[in-house]
Design a protein around this ligand. Structure first.
Ligand SMILES: [Fe+2]
Length: 350
């Protein structure tokens, strides 16, 4: 399988993975042969890319920390919570169902083993918030697990992370989707979403206090320049520090209207640059070891002018993956192969 930006799709290509919309509904099924109409629909909906299956990359296996089916279930849950009308009364998701889904999602992530986090941007513009919430949950759990949190705490972390932006439900959509930088009243309204979200959850669900704190403080900066409390360092609860990092990484690495998308490598560089200021440096250190800066299935440009598809990542050697060279069909191990030592990766084609 390989990742193909939507702009490079051509009719006849075969879909390598199910594609879900933001409400968790399966839009297209694996093995489907793409027609011009399907491709223009994907473009219209704002999908940045999808995985395709072709002869050249058949041996390349994409290991994601969250299976597409489980992602669909998580999307469905988050979509229900974001779209229900608060004035109508009853919650759309009972606490027990919510806990069960979250536990299943966390178990799915933990079952994926200690793999490099290989998440490429597959989502549409309109449903950005739902996909983003699920991704922030998945990144947070991956980070929390590496940090050493026990499974029970990872369930709570996932709850806080997936629902971190639920407060946006209560602010004007022009503010949520507004052009940055926001100013004046719009900015103040924006800044109220962590508190609104935390209060809403407190009034409806019986979670551990750490969940509400994680939601309330997910925009705090490690150096104290964040909001709403302006707390610094260890004053910011662990869940909030983890969610902050996962939230920023996923926002940077995703395609959104009016905002440039960064490659995973550029997003990781930003995290490193802001470690100690915006982010907890210890968490940045753990996180960047787990992120595949050249995700498996992506096409990259090599310093010798050739192009290749990333076939495998090695832990602790993020910049030296195994690649399959497009021009020659050869496998080149940039970590171990003597021929590969002088070759570097120039850029990822996203
Ligand atoms: Fe937020």
């Amino acid at each position: 399988m390989r990742y193909m930006p939507t702009s490079k799709l051509v009719p006849g290509m075969v879909l390598g993975q199910d594609v879900y919309d933001g409400s968790g509904r399966r839009l297209l099924a694996k093995h489907l042969i793409l027609s011009a109409e399907y491709i223009s629909n994907l473009e219209f909906l704002g999908f940045s890319g999808i995985y395709i299956d072709d002869e050249f990359t058949r041996s390349i296996e994409i290991q994601e920390i969250l299976t597409p089916q489980m992602r669909g279930q998580a999307l469905n849950l988050i979509h229900e919570l974001f779209t229900f009308d608060v004035d109508e009364g009853d919650l759309p998701v009972e606490e027990e169902n919510l806990r069960k889904t979250i536990e299943n999602v966390v178990d799915d992530i933990l079952n994926s083993g200690d793999i490099m986090c290989n998440m490429m941007d597959i989502r549409d513009y309109d449903d950005y918030l739902y996909y983003h919430s699920v991704n922030v949950g998945a990144f947070s759990v991956m980070l929390g697990a590496r940090y050493g949190l026990p499974r029970e705490q990872l369930y709570d972390l996932m709850t806080a992370a997936m629902l971190h932006d639920i407060g946006k439900k209560f602010i004007d959509s022009e503010v949520v989707n507004g052009r940055w930088p926001l100013e004046g009243e719009a900015r103040e309204q924006w800044k109220s979403h962590p508190r609104l979200g935390s209060e809403f959850l407190k009034s409806k669900y019986n979670f551990y206090p750490a969940v509400y704190e994680g939601v309330l403080m997910h925009h705090e900066w490690y150096n104290g320049e964040g909001y709403p409390t302006g707390g610094a360092g260890g004053e910011i609860p662990l869940f909030a520090r983890i969610i902050k990092l996962a939230d920023c990484y996923d926002s940077m690495a995703s395609k959104r209207p009016q905002r440039k998308r960064l490659s995973p490598l550029d997003a990781v560089e930003y995290l490193m640059a802001m470690a100690g200021a915006e982010f907890d440096p210890e968490l940045v250190d753990i996180f960047i070891r787990k992120i595949a800066v050249y995700p498996v299935g992506c096409e990259v440009e090599l310093s010798n002018g050739q192009h290749a598809v990333v076939a495998k990542n090695f832990s602790d050697f993020a910049l030296r993956p195994l690649v399959k060279v497009i021009e020659t069909g050869e496998m080149l191990n940039l970590r171990d192969d003597p021929l590969g030592r002088s070759i570097t990766i120039g850029r990822t084609l996203i």
